[in-house]
Design a protein around this ligand. Sequence first.
Ligand code: PLP
Length: 478
Amino acid sequence: MDSEQLREYGHQMVDFIADYYKTIESFPVRSQVKPGYLRELLPDSAPKHPESLQDVLNDVRQKIIPGVTHWQSPDYFAYYPSNSSTAGFLGEMLSAGFNIVGFSWVTSPAATELEVIVLDWLAKMLKLPNEFLSSGQGGGVIQGTASEAILVVLLAARDKVLRKVGRNSLEKLVVYASDQTHAALQKACQIAGIYPENFRVLKADSNTNYALIPDKLQEAIMNDFSSGLIPFFLCATVGTTSSAAVDPLSELGKIAKANDMWFHVDAAYAGSACICPEYRHHIDGIEEATSFGMNAHKWFLTNFDCSVLWDQNALIQSLSTNPEYLKNKASQENNVVDFKDWQIPLGRRFRSLKLWMVLRLYGLENLQSYIRNHIKLAEQFKELVCSDHRFEVVAPRTFSLVCFRLIPREGDQDNGYNLNYNLLDAVNSSGKIFISHTVLSGKFVLRFAVGAPLTEESHVKAAWKVLQDQATILLTDQ
Ligand code: PLP
């Protein structure tokens, strides 16, 4: 790397990105291109001779940006957020600058040690039990995504139980979750070799808030035991993907513990809110959990990817390897953390830098205000929905997600499915806002998730106007 070239090009790139953020509201939020658009715009093969940065940036402007969906736009309300911030960006930049591969302590002691320290800081902000701190028996590790976190804990749980009951009992192992649990668990079961018929998807409580019902879990576990099966893994969610429901951790955890099961808590989205004292109660019962995960890259101002997982030191029993070519004195003496043994890949990026930057450049109080502001904006949006008799809110608003829909006319053949599908399509095709959808109790539901760092009250009000106007057009056409 030529330092002076980096300085010159780096400045140009930062200017380019700063201008992007300045003008971000001018782009359609959801990309409006058609599949295959880029092949028509780019050459068939890579250039033989170097091109200029200016030429590349021109192409980014003209050919790439039209195909970008602007997750950082203040008018982005789809799925769950994936935050960027100056602090997170700078951390990413520094990480790219060092470009180390910190799989073992010795390959960059600072990368391992900073990760341990920063995840202890975050665990303390969340008031996690001491067992999850590095001073206790466990500790935190940064995974790429919540899906990877779920997979590694499932693998660790599988191996733990198989060590006890015998390797040939795989076909008897049973996994439990609600029908609101993220599909990442299903994928993890497929990878871990859990028999599909042993994945118990329990119907969540659709009368109240779509949370897992402890009695249903207890009943299913008893049935499975009496059929000679081995219940071994429970996944609860704090902030489900469809409606941000919160499973009752204390009760579920007690059931898991009584039956010697691994209890994973997936708080990918809503975990961030639990740094606020008034939302911390959502993870009451976390002391019953074997592992706990949250995505700092969702709603915690830390650029993708940064999924934090705490466990009580069981991962390494399942994921450790010790090949000759990686042996070194520090690892042999057994007094360092080697994060390669807490994850699937060998290589790993210096991701703790960006989380460290976020925690230091914001501080706890600003992070709490950030979360509170989004929740306040979501509540305002909910009130706007309630004030229009054509719409209804279909699930309790717990964090910054509002689930709502246009109420179908009496006798509507598909219970408002097409009506709401068309509304979703119309608002997203307008390019003015981007929202997403789900299905709850057979109803096609619109999801409005506040959480982009640049979103202010004016954006929420404008978004509501887009929805109202499109609804008026649709209802008039009906
Ligand atoms: N768990 C929950 C509750 C989620 O909402 C999501 C994604 O939105 C995931 C897991 C998967 O996250 P990731 O993309 O980090 O794997």
